[in-house]
Design a binder for this molecule. Structure first.
Ligand code: ATP
Ligand code: MG
Length: 424
């Protein structure tokens, strides 16, 4: 029979990789706690209309990347392609946003039907952070400081660069859009099909083109930053001053627009060239209009999302592929009576200590069992045979250093092992 394979672009995380994931996830939880942010968990499936309205009908995500299906109740549902829309929906639904400040985070899988390649998958994971009801640039700055702290914590602060821009108010952006369209129409011969389409549907997205000829033309295009309304300009200057005061380096990138429709004012991305083409590890910004647009009371908002697969890839470029130690102690038993005793003893050790205890299953001769002990990465093997059982002792053998095997009364085994682990 033919084998069934995983869905293209949807990956298993194998045991060899999960320590890196666990390290990342635990660093993220600690980070969120350090800033006083609270976790929220939303469903993975939402009504399709939510994403169409929030992310925007003419974005890549909604036009061609969503996993959309009609369920048995004939309702159009979608696997979430991002978390902000769900978070706002949940905030409105449960009354978390009206007249309140919220600092929220979530972590989990997202789904986009994109062309799979290194750093780009169809199921991927994000940590998302969303704040509500805080209008000033101080929260924009805090979100950036939070991410900068994480890069330091994970050891790749020197491999990432922060790009920031301001999209201004709706009015400023509309005025700019008209100026940009005028300019691009004068250079239409250089535009590729994708850009021509965007020129009609979502002209700001042309700024995001990867086409070098288009980029050359864009270098002389009008700049959104030059058309900002006074309040947005002050907000942006405030953010820059706070970043300066906290020693965060950044590049002001007037072409940074982001792929989702809901942003206004601040947008930012952290980029790296250590991962090839998929260089953005984190992106975010303000979306002051979204809560009202989704039916809530007008509430300011600012947030970001980071792609965990890309962070794991970066972490892997830093650390070797050392095989992880899954146990501290490996228990070997010779003979049926000893096997029963070994299981009881292992349970006792787990109750009495914090040691990770792996039991040899299936028996076998000493050589075979010691081979398994070695492969477990444990520091010590405990060996139980008939003669040890008769005398109420176990043998302890160090697996990593050349030391004589010793015998220890079963009653002292736990304390002896804990002591030995400290000095090992
Ligand atoms: P990109 O330009 O890389 O497609 P994006 O602008 O679509 O990113 P967002 O929607 O802002 O990204 O998502 C935030 C982060 O999630 C990205 O910076 C990236 O790290 C990660 N990300 C987005 N799409 C994918 C994907 N298909 N596979 C893996 N990670 C992704
Ligand atoms: Mg994308």
């Amino acid at each position: 029979m033919s084998k069934i394979q995983s869905v293209r672009g949807m990956n298993d995380v194998l045991p060899a990789q999960s320590p890196t994931w666990q390290k990342l996830e635990s660093a993220l939880r600690t980070l969120m706690g350090q800033y006083g942010y609270e976790e929220i968990r939303m469903p993975i499936v939402e009504k399709t209309q939510l994403f169409a309205r929030a992310v925007g009908e003419v974005t890549d995500i909604v036009e061609k990347e969503m996993y959309t299906f009609v369920d048995r109740d004939k309702e159009s549902l979608s696997l979430r392609p991002e978390g902000t829309a769900s978070c706002v929906r949940a905030g409105i639904e449960h009354g978390l946003l009206y007249n309140q400040e919220q600092r929220l985070w979530y972590m989990g899988p997202m789904f986009r039907h994109e062309r799979p390649q290194k750093g780009r998958y169809r199921q991927f994971h994000q940590l998302g952070v969303e704040t509500f009801g805080i209008p000033g640039p101080d929260v924009d700055a805090e979100l950036i400081l939070m991410t900068a702290r994480l890069w330091r914590e994970l050891g790749f602060a020197d491999k990432v660069v922060l790009h920031i821009n301001s999209l201004g108010s709706n009015e400023a952006r509309n005025a700019y859009r008209a100026a940009l369209v005028d300019y691009l129409r004068q250079h239409e011969s250089v535009l590729d099909e994708d850009c021509k389409r965007r020129l009609e549907t979502n002209p700001l997205r042309v700024l995001d083109s990867k086409n070098p000829d288009v980029q050359a033309v864009l270098n002389h295009a009008p700049r959104l930053l030059d058309c900002l309304d006074a309040e947005s300009k002050a907000h942006f200057d405030g953010l820059c001053a706070l970043l300066d005061a906290n020693g965060v380096d950044y590049v002001v990138n007037p072409k940074l627009v982001r792929g989702l429709d809901y942003y206004n004012r601040t947008v930012f991305e952290w980029m790296t060239d250590a991962l090839g083409a998929q260089g953005t590890i984190c992106g975010g910004g303000r979306y002051d209009g979204l809560v009202e647009q989704l039916g809530g009371h007008a509430t300011t908002a600012c947030g970001f999302a980071m792609g965990l697969e890309r962070l794991v890839l970066l972490m892997e470029t830093l650390s070797g592929t050392e095989s992880p130690r899954v146990a501290d102690v490996f228990v070997v038993a010779l003979g049926e009576t000893a096997q029963v005793k070994a299981m009881q003893l292992s349970e006792q050790l787990r109750s009495d200590t914090a040691l990770r205890v792996q039991l040899c299953h299936g028996g076998g001769n000493l050589k075979k069992q010691m081979k398994k002990a070695d492969r477990s990465g444990a520091l010590f093997a405990i060996i139980l045979g008939d003669s040890e059982l008769e005398r109420g002792v176990a043998a302890i053998k160090s697996l990593r250093i050349d030391a004589e095997q010793i015998e220890c009364p079963l009653s002292e085994l736990a304390s002896r092992l804990v002591q030995s682990m400290k000095t090992a």
